[in-house]
Ligand binder design. Sequence first.
Ligand code: WTA
Length: 668
Amino acid sequence: MQTIQKETELPFEEYIMNNKWQGRSIDVKSYWQFHAKSLENFEEFWASVAKELEWFKPWDKVLDASNPPFYKWFVGGRLNLSYLAVDRHVKTWRKNKLAIEWEGEPVDDAGYPTDRRKLTYYDLFREVNRVACMLKCNFGIKKGDRITLYLPMIPELPITMLAAWRIGAITNVVFSGFSADALAERINDSQSRIVITADGFWRRGKVVRLKEVVDQALEKASGVEHVIVYPRLGLKDTPMTEGRDYLWTKVMQGIKPNVYIEPEPVESEHPSFILYTSGTTGKPKGIVHDTGGWAVHVYATMKWVFDIRDDDVYWCTADIGWVTGHSYVVLGPLLMGATNIIYEGAPDYPQPDRWWSIIERYGVTIFYTSPTAIRMFMRYGEEWPRRHDLSTLRIIHSVGEPINPEAWRWAYRVLGGEKVAFGSTWWMTETGGIVISHAPGLYLVPMKPGTNGPPLPGFEVDVVDDSGKPVPPGVRGYLVIKRPWPGMLHGIWGDPERYIKTYWSRFPGMFYAGDYAIKDQDGYIWVLGRADEVIKVAGHRLGTYELESTLVGHKAVAEAAVVGVPDPVKGEVPIAFVVLKQGVAPSEELRKELREHVRKTIGPIAEPAQIFFVTKLPKTRSGKIMRRLLKAVATGAPLGDVTTLEDETSVEEAKKAYQELRAEVEKA
Ligand code: WTA
């Protein structure tokens, strides 16, 4: 945090001006003018962006703000995402342009990928229609039905999403790294009629058997009529339940290769997807997004932030199971008719130059990735990227967590050859698309290592204090968005009260993001991290309550408190303080068992880095766990105000447990 503070205080001249970038020069003044104008004629501005998409029926009203915070965008308009992402291009010269370049994880002895697929826009069009037919004709899926997709990074995932949107179905994509319980919860909450999965996939040279997780989940979930299994690996022993489970390839055999399914002209506010994300309670929230507003937001940011052109090769490394994958692997690049790279496996398999070999192989020009990945590759060393020609890159952006200036500088120099535009785009599942970022597609502004940059046009963003008043430059406050925006969430699935309470109650009339931020003297925003009980592990969002309730779900555990602590690669990792039930003795085995329990229940990303056994947790007199103190213990930070603490020995005990374990780790 200190380095960030230092960086924000530098004058503009000290920053990388990059004024040679593609022969264009820095123009901060024009940018801010453009921004101011966009807010002056706010609705007109967004309407002018929306007009660039094709609507089956134009909207009657740009923004309906009559019932805040239930805002509606492009009311009366009708459109279809599948049509926009596919049909529109096959009517042009892009028909035979590559839409998807897919690479599976396995490589041969020479390190050459053995599993590759190339799909043109026309291929995609045909496949999307066939899968839409499968959903509609074979399984009776209708507009508004929810379908759960639990798939690895294979072309069938975007194809099925587009097919679902074609017929007005609502997708619920669950990250393939989540475990059975997390999947069951998401299937249940979304009331999905079908689940689409694969037999398995490759990860780090090992087979992950996905269908088996679905079977476990379905023991706890109800309402699922059918499971469709795509044979990614062609495993012979995948368990199939007669009458419920169908092999994708068998069903598809019966569907004509040139079948055409009319794209359903859905209302702009019709939900396109639900995506579950962690919040400050044990139960994940089903964030709902509409169709028209989301499409407009994603389209605009593809142009402004990624500056996409027809000869670009675009690669966003995010998994489609997260929002970045929804907006910027599936919808965004396909809306633009871009060539899109999708890679199945681990970034450093079989060697730490896998990603760099991909950039070289396809001549990637636009690269969207995460700070965690950059930090991991920094550790491996620059000799790995140096082995490959990365000179095609012209834009790099990162997302998901703050990027430390050191990582920014490394990537700028080693990956970008000091000639790319490179920013850290801030947004969240709830925003649907990028909100704060420099926008090389519009005007070049100076890049500052570690910043998110100015808010995008059409977005009114601020940093406020506890009373909702803007803080002066350089002072930490809460990040808020002061007006509705097109890609905004349309509530939480089945829980309108929680929607109002979580986002719109803290500061009336403003969207509360839950992040700490500062605004610098140039109007740039620097998001510092979460202000609530959410942590970001390798950019993945995890609620500490979710981990705590999982730990308490174990028979040996009476109470648990989880906090995030800084990690040099992953940004943050969770650690847990655990109170065992009476009569249960702490042991190394139990520690292992609890970690395994979290892995199995939520997924590998949630596994606590450390577990400390204590006999009590620090609490306020009213019984609230003071996680802040535990975090201080683990980071060696000052405890701060402890007047509300009920029993001071609890902190001493946590300290002791922490020091003992550290001593053990150091000894080992
Ligand atoms: C964090 C990911 C700093 C932030 C798209 C936010 C960031 C949360 C950045 C949302 C960034 C995302 N700089 N922090 N460039 N991008 N965040 O829902 O804390 O997985 O609230 O969406 O990630 O995470 P989510």
